[in-house]
Design a protein around this ligand. Structure first.
Ligand code: Q0Z
Length: 743
């Protein structure tokens, strides 16, 4: 097979690389290509959007397939002309490419096909823009209605900035802007191959559009990407099939119905919102840089797939073969990119970078000058890795990046970092009358809204416990029924038992029916910046510290203690509050003093130890030992005469005059270790009431899961779910002496 590839970026270099590795491809041409592509293809000079020129090359060369990379040639009608000339072509016609070229057309097709997307208002005047912005409210999303390569979008809380961007868009030729609802939640790119009727999805990926770490700075053409998405497999394993069924196929069918069948890549940009997946945008081509990491994992020869799409034979294709490895693509950008990239600088270290295992380097904006590779664009290179799990893939990609030298160049250092650390969370379902403030791994925090004004209640929070469970830093795809209700009601019961020791934060259990039994309204406190841990028995992280140097949180313990040893009296072993996804670090008592002052530090130690003593006094009568526990405290800023956002000088707080309020969950199997008193024996792991059942199954050969790998844990079998649920319920019923009632 003889293949002609149009385009010259790193995406095209990735396509060229994969096409050249296809044994069916005898000859590969690229128009115009780049110095990297020239290593695997014969480059032909020319403009890929020059329709007669492209048809001329394809005809005289007698190619069997043309693959179109960028959007320019699509809009120019290259596919239409090649098809008319009888040359199979992978890419949509100009009419079908309008799905990318016109945001309003895409919205119209989505509406006709019933595809879930953000509500949108197409505006042609500034008055319409004003009305639309008033309707959606902040944050405002204003998109230019045309080809803007992802750069024509402004998302802001500032009404004036939104109006200004809209005015600028309207002033340009054919000025139309689209005002959309803001979509919360992580974004996913899903490339769907289409042949006019059939859809074959590729592996989902995530890209990074902002120039700086932590999504700071201006939008770019894309600074990096990775695949697969472990958080997606854990939190929404059926997403790809769902998107094919509810987005890609209905769109392809709608396009066929309109007489403009879609062939090529339907790039579906999605936001995974609390209300479900929503389309953010369609593109009519492979995305850059996601393509670089997606193709790195594709083992099925590429030319055969693209030819099948071009010839309407996708339905005959066997399932695609994917590497189980992870791939990370890091873009090396020129100094000044994206505002004013500097070009013409020499690039060295490319060969050294390519020697890093699993890495290949793709050219984007490069040129040859006197035999040297020099920068010739804003995005200069894509460094692409394969590795076992995201951590190895990241290490390899960045290891290679650091061998490359280009004066003034910059990369994002956090490509796939949040995913590697398990920090990407799909928000939970929205709750009417509430605004989601924070979605944790297993819980959500909402602010109640005033029913008439819609204003946030700054004094209260709704704390909702879900049935999700986490184990070994993964959120499991299988929920444990009633777990949220057990933990919520157990905390409520403990608050009563501990009322003489400390006030608690709960103000009401009259919660919305959607979260009945597993949510409480609480006073909105300022939380003290310390994880308050007390240990009555030695195990887990405390035991590890003790083994290392005989101390726990800086306290020296007697020698000879073993796993499960009972301590003479409970010790206070606080730790730092790490950001989500990172692990808490042990904090010596002096560290607590440094954070909150001596008076609060003493009070936290005193309260935490007394709570564990009281807990054990009560639990002992019910056959349970509480080995250790973690509690959290807060202070009501109103008691200090402060507003909700004022800074607090903790050291100035007098705990004899201000309530130190017990917050969050207390003495639950998720915040404590509950052991069976009758089975307790030091020197070995103890029999516990928590999710040990589930952990045991995950680490047993039966699960087939390798804890060390980066793959998400498998779904739990029914018996493991039932047994874990009954352990939670049993803990509740044994402790409280009351039957558990859900909701
Ligand atoms: C609790 C948490 C969640 C992740 C903040 N009464 C309070 N006042 C102010 N803040 C909190 C409380 Cl309980 C508070 N968390 C823990 C909850 C998801 C983490 F839903 N964070």
């Amino acid at each position: 097979m003889k293949v002609l590839l149009l385009g010259s970026g790193a995406r095209e270099h990735a396509l060229a690389r994969s096409l050249s590795l296809d044994p069916e491809v005898g000859e590969l041409l690229a128009l115009p290509g780049n110095p990297g592509i020239a290593e695997v293809a014969r480059c032909v000079a020319g403009d890929p959007a020059d329709v007669p020129a492209v048809v001329g090359v394809a005809t005289t060369e007698g190619v069997d397939l043309v693959v179109v990379g960028p959007e320019g040639p699509l809009v120019a009608g290259v596919v239409d002309a090649l098809t008319a000339a009888g040359i199979p072509c992978f890419g949509p016609t100009a009419a079908a490419a309008r799905l990318e070229g016109s945001k309003s057309f895409a919205k119209e097709v989505m509406a006709a096909a019933g595809v879930p997307t953000a509500a949108a208002h197409v505006c042609t005047t500034q008055e319409q823009v004003r009305a639309a912005l008033a309707a959606t409210g902040a944050p405002y999303v204003v998109k230019e209605d045309g080809l803007a390569a992802g750069k024509g979008v402004v998302v802001t809380d500032d009404l004036d900035a939104a109006l200004e961007h809209a005015a600028a868009c309207l002033a340009r030729s054919g000025g139309r802007v689209v005002v959309e609802d803001f979509l919360d939640g992580p974004e996913v790119s899903l490339f769907c191959l289409a042949d006019g009727a059939t859809v074959v999805p590729l592996a989902p990926a995530q890209d990074f559009k902002r120039v700086g770490d932590g999504d700071s700075g201006p939008n770019t053409g894309g600074m990096g990407a990775y695949t697969p998405l472990p958080w997606l497999d854990e939190q929404h394993p059926g997403l790809v099939q769902e998107v094919v069924g509810t987005v890609a196929l209905p769109t392809v069918e709608e396009m066929a119905r309109r007489g403009t069948p879609f062939t090529g890549v339907l790039y579906v940009g999605l936001a995974l919102t609390s209300a479900g997946p929503r389309v953010v945008e369609f593109n009519a081509r492979f995305g850059d840089p996601e393509t670089q990491s997606v193709l790195a994992r594709l083992r099925t020869p590429l030319a055969g797939i693209l030819l099948a799409a071009a010839e309407g034979r996708l339905a005959e294709l066997p399932p695609l073969d994917w590497s189980p490895e992870s791939s990370v693509a890091v873009v090396v950008a020129a100094q000044g990119y994206p505002a004013a990239p500097r070009t013409g600088d020499e690039i060295t270290g490319l060969d050294e970078a390519a020697t890093v295992e699993g890495v290949h380097v793709l050219h984007a904006g490069t040129a040859l000058r006197d035999g040297a590779v020099v920068s010739a664009g804003g995005r200069v290179l894509s460094v692409v890795s394969l590795g076992e799990g995201l951590s190895q893939a990241r290490a390899r990609a960045y290891g290679a990046v650091h061998r490359i030298h280009l004066a003034g160049s910059h990369v994002r250092g956090d490509i796939a970092q949040a995913a590697e650390q398990g920090e990407v969370v799909i928000p939970g379902p929205a709750l009417p009358g509430h605004e989601l403030l924070y979605s944790g791994k297993v819980r959500e925090l909402y602010a109640p809204l005033d029913p008439t004004t819609g204003a946030r209640d700054e004094g209260r929070l709704l704390l909702v416990a879900s049935d999700r469970v986490s184990a070994y830093d993964h959120i499991l795809s299988t929920p444990i029924p009633d777990k949220g209700a057990v933990l919520t009601q157990l905390s409520l019961w403990w608050f009563d038992q501990l009322a003489d020791l400390a006030p608690h934060h709960v103000v009401s259990t009259a919660v919305p029916p959607e979260v009945a039994g597993r949510a409480v309204y609480v006073r909105r406190l300022r939380m003290l910046p310390v994880e308050c841990v007390a240990r009555a028995y030695l195990t887990g992280g405390g035991l590890a510290e003790y083994h290392a140097d005989g101390t726990v949180s800086g306290l020296t313990l007697p020698p000879g203690l073993v796993d499960g040893s009972r301590l003479a009296e409970p010790v206070f072993t606080p730790s730092t509050k790490a950001p989500v996804g990172e692990h808490d670090q042990p904090l010596p008592f002096e560290g607590v003093v440094a954070l909150v002052g001596p008076r609060l530090a003493d009070r936290l130690r005193d309260l935490t130890v007394r709570i564990l003593l009281r807990g054990n006094a009560i639990a002992a009568e019910r056959g349970i030992l509480i080995a250790d526990t973690k509690v959290e405290f807060g202070i009501d800023p109103a008691q200090l005469g402060l507003g909700p956002d004022d800074d607090i000088d903790w050291a100035a707080v007098d705990p004899d005059r201000v309530d130190v309020v017990l917050a969050d969950e207390v003495l639950t199997p998720d915040s404590s270790r509950f052991w069976r008193a009758d089975a307790w024996a030091p020197g070995r792991p103890q029999v516990s009431y928590d999710k040990q059942v589930l952990r045991d199954w995950l680490t047993s050969p039966a699960s087939g899961w390798d804890r060390g790998s980066d793959t998400p844990p498998p779904a739990l079998p029914d018996d493991v779910v039932a047994l874990t649920r009954s352990r939670y319920v049993e803990a509740y019923e044994s402790l409280t002496g009351q039957p558990f009632r859900a909701g």
